[in-house]
Design a protein around this ligand. Structure first.
Ligand code: NAP
Length: 252
């Protein structure tokens, strides 16, 4: 019988990649990293991996049973709430221990001018009636929420191209993947005459420069806050989640 601990990591983030690197080569674990399949050419992870959805809660339950998964780490993005909810339901039903590994949210500092909102519709509403120059960094799939506020001039930056109709609704579309530098972000916001930045509270260092740039320029930030997390143990550091995994090694 295989004595290694069968571990499923739900990934698609730098945190999941860091965890994968942290356990690569360990003989006491039998991990598998799960990716949704959104990135066209993902770098091959240093541990075994699978790609694609499970087929909802029922599909995930079948996978956990079929693969004899003993422990699950949800290292998905803080805004990937459906996957996290499915993991909580499936693991809860089967009694499989589940913890989250995520980056801390950004919190406002002195000089920040944040308007916090719950979702994209709230962000579009928070821009107000007066036309403004808006920098959208919310992801290609979220641009539709701003179609109802066409009075603004939108500069959108996305990793993947948005749907054609959403792209043309933007005054300017920038296709780029971070990390970006603070000086670069300041120059962009200045050149475009940006008056307000709209962003998700993703947290993490890779995209934090835009927050620092907005602070330096005194630009308002409409911050879309994270969906409520699942009620599971939550860690921000790989070492902490590894320690948590150890506490479950002896469990039947
Ligand atoms: P989501 O809305 O929570 O999930 C939608 C569906 O995608 C899930 O029900 C599941 O399909 C599948 N899925 C999501 N993550 C998966 C994973 N790690 N492994 C296998 N299937 C997965 O997620 P999303 O917001 O579309 O994000 C998709 C992926 O991109 C996530 O892995 C996330 O970590 C990553 N990501 C998201 C964001 C963001 O802003 N949302 C940013 C950066 C990276 P089934 O129901 O068929 O199982």
């Amino acid at each position: 019988m295989d004595a290694r601990l069968r571990l499923l990591i739900l990934g698609g983030t730098t945190e999941a990649s860091a965890l994968a690197r942290g356990i690569a080569g360990r003989c006491d674990l039998a991990p598998v990293l799960s990716l949704a399949g959104r990135t066209r050419n993902p770098l091959a992870p240093p541990i075994p991996f699978r790609i694609g959805g499970f087929g909802g809660v029922a599909g995930l339950r079948d996978y956990l049973v079929g693969e004899r998964v003993r422990i699950v780490v949800d290292a998905t993005h803080p805004f990937a709430s459906q996957m996290s909810r499915h993991a909580a339901e499936a693991c809860g039903a089967l009694g499989v221990p589940l913890a989250a590994l995520t980056r801390p949210a950004w919190t406002p500092r002195e000089g920040d001018r944040w308007t916090s909102v719950a979702d994209m519709d709230g962000a579009a509403g928070a821009l107000g009636a007066r036309p403004r120059n808006v920098f959208l960094t919310v992801g290609a799939l979220q641009l539709g929420a701003f179609a109802d506020a066409p009075q603004h001039r939108y500069i959108a930056r996305t990793i993947d191209p948005p749907a054609a109709d959403l792209g043309t609704a933007m005054h300017r579309l920038i296709l780029a993947r971070g990390p970006f530098g603070v000086a670069e972000e300041i120059a962009l916001m200045r050149d475009e005459g940006i008056e307000v930045l709209v962003t998700k509270n993703s947290g993490g260092a890779a995209t934090e420069a835009k927050i620092e740039a907005a602070r330096a320029l005194g630009i308002e930030v409409v911050m879309v806050e994270r969906p409520a997390p699942e009620d599971v143990p939550c860690f921000h550091a790989v070492d902490d989640v590894l320690a948590w995994i150890e506490t479950h090694r002896a469990a039947p």
